[in-house]
Each structure stands twice: as C-alpha cells, then as structure tokens.
Design a protein around this ligand. Sequence first.
Ligand code: NAP
Length: 308
Amino acid sequence: MENLIILGSGCAGLTAAIYAARANLSPLVLEGVQPGGQLTTTSEVENFPGFPEGVDGYDLTSRMRQQAERFGARFEFAEVKEARLDEDVKTLVCEGKTLECRALIIATGASPRLLGVPGEKALWGGNGVSSCATCDGAFYRGKEVVVIGGGDSAAEEALFLTHFASKVTLIHRRGELRASPIMAKRVVEHPKVAVAWFSTVNEMLAGEDGKARAVVLRDVRDDSLRELPCSGIFLAIGHVPNTKPFAAYLDLDGEGYFVPQPGSNVRTKVPGVFVAGDCADPHYRQAITAAGMGCQAAIEAERYTSTL
Ligand code: NAP
C-alpha cells in the first residue's frame, strides 16, 4: 500500500512529487507514455520564471525529476486502465499490476487533438502527420510543410519548423491568430512562413509511397477547395484532457476536464483524491500554472494523509 501515488510526470506531477517527497510522503510517480509531459516536446521555454535566457523543455522537466528523486520520490512506468476511488483505499488497475494508495494526485495532462479528416489516420506516426515539430521537424529538411492551428502551439511549431523546412504554411480557420501578440508577430513576419487564413483542412492526401503529399484546403468564406502540396502536416489544434479512467468518480466539464470543488483548484469530491495541471485546467494551461497546481495538490495530500 502506497501513501501517495502521483499519476503523471509533467510539470504538475513532478512539482507535486518534489513537495510530497520533501514532506516525507515517499510518493510513487507513475509515468505514462510521455515521461516529462508535453513540455518535453517544446524546444525553448521562454516564460518559465528563473530562466532569463530560456530553457529547453526536456532539460527543465529532467531537472524537476532529479529534484524530486533527491528527496525520495520513486518513478515507475504504468498506464492506469481503470480506477476505483469509492473506498478509503484507492485502487489503480494498470497493465500487469494493481496498485493501492491512501492519497492520489491525478496529473495526467492532455493529449494532442486530431482533426478526424480522411487520410489523417493513415498518415499519422511516420507517414507525414505529427503533432510534435521538436520530435519530427528534422525529417523535413528542405521540404514544404503545413501547421494547422492558430494558437501559441501552432506559432511555436511553425517557427521551429523554419529551421528545417523550405516553406511553412500556417493554416488557420479564422482571419486572426489566437496566439499571444509576440508569437503571432514573429510568425506572420517570418520570411519562410505563409498563412492560409480562413482555411480548414478537408482531407490529407498520400503519394504512391504512402507518405503525405498534400492537404485539401477549404476556404470557409466561399467553400472553394484547393490542394496545397506538403510533405509534413503538423497538428496544433489544442488538446484533449486525459481523464477517462476516472470519469465515473470525479466531476468533469463538457470537454472532459476535471472540475475541482468550489473554493479549491485541486480538491475533488472524493476525499484524498486531488487533480493538478492540464487535465484540470482548460483556462491557463501553462507550465508554471501546472507546477503551481502540483504544489497545491501535494500540500493538500500531505494534510489529508496526516489526518488518517
Ligand atoms: P489553443 O490556444 O486552444 O489553440 C488551438 C488552435 O487550434 C486555435 O487557434 C483554434 O482555432 C484551432 N483549432 C481548434 N480546433 C480546430 C479544428 N477542429 N480545426 C481547425 N482549427 C482548430 O491551443 P494551444 O495552441 O495548444 O495552446 C494551449 C495553451 O498553451 C494556451 O494557453 C497557450 O497560451 C499555451 N501555450 C503557450 C506557449 C508559450 O507561451 N510559449 C506555447 C504553447 C502553448 P480558433 O482560434 O479559431 O479557436
């Protein structure tokens, strides 16, 4: 039986682990398929306080992990398939093992949203469709690529891809970017970036080799269609929270985000179960706010376990 299990090793989970470990709770952190979370797919983090020159996303989470380990946090790979949260002892069913704990912090983050258009599935993962420029950008040296979306992620992906691609077309469904003004300005002024405004992707087309060769764009103003040749298609249209295994026990909003109890960012209606980071935050979704929620959840978990 564990004192405290923390699900997720992104900014929220790792900060919770640092605080909980320093409080002698000896937390067990369960890492999913993306250790370090979404930040590991970001190249440069420019807005995390304390790093005036910026910091690499992977480096930042690696340092957080070392800090948690220094105080006794333990890490294991496990994906929770099913959870039972209606008893004092919480049970987590993972592939090959079942774990029990007194307190639980769920910091499972969010996964990239897909468009769901024809061609996307077949091209996903190695054939031209990706949601991570940092991971896959180098495959497109000297080639034309597109980025779909108008937020900060899309802007960041587009700018990163200019290091490799001969041309980057940002495809956005409206006439104004959602990205912060500083990022939006950098994108629209970049000589290698073109913006396809008022455009959505209707279909992704493969060449004879099974790799991406073009997207079919629809102009939302007049419904006209055109093909835009590209070798790489990068999705940056937001995220879906990873909350499914807990839906039967905790409150979720219409988009699937955890809804904490009134008066708290991290408490849920189940005593001893706390939430933190992007799985519980549709509003801010920053590395620093996730870290803040992780800290709050660990303090709550410590208070809860001290009453048992
Ligand atoms: P986001 O802000 O939710 O933006 C998603 C973008 O995708 C929006 O422009 C949206 O269009 C578009 N979109 C959504 N569904 C679509 C669909 N089905 N078809 C076409 N377009 C679609 O998501 P994000 O960019 O991933 O950012 C998430 C959060 O992380 C934000 O708070 C952001 O500030 C933060 N972030 C910060 C940084 C940074 O500070 N460096 C970097 C990355 C992310 P509409 O605009 O029309 O809704």
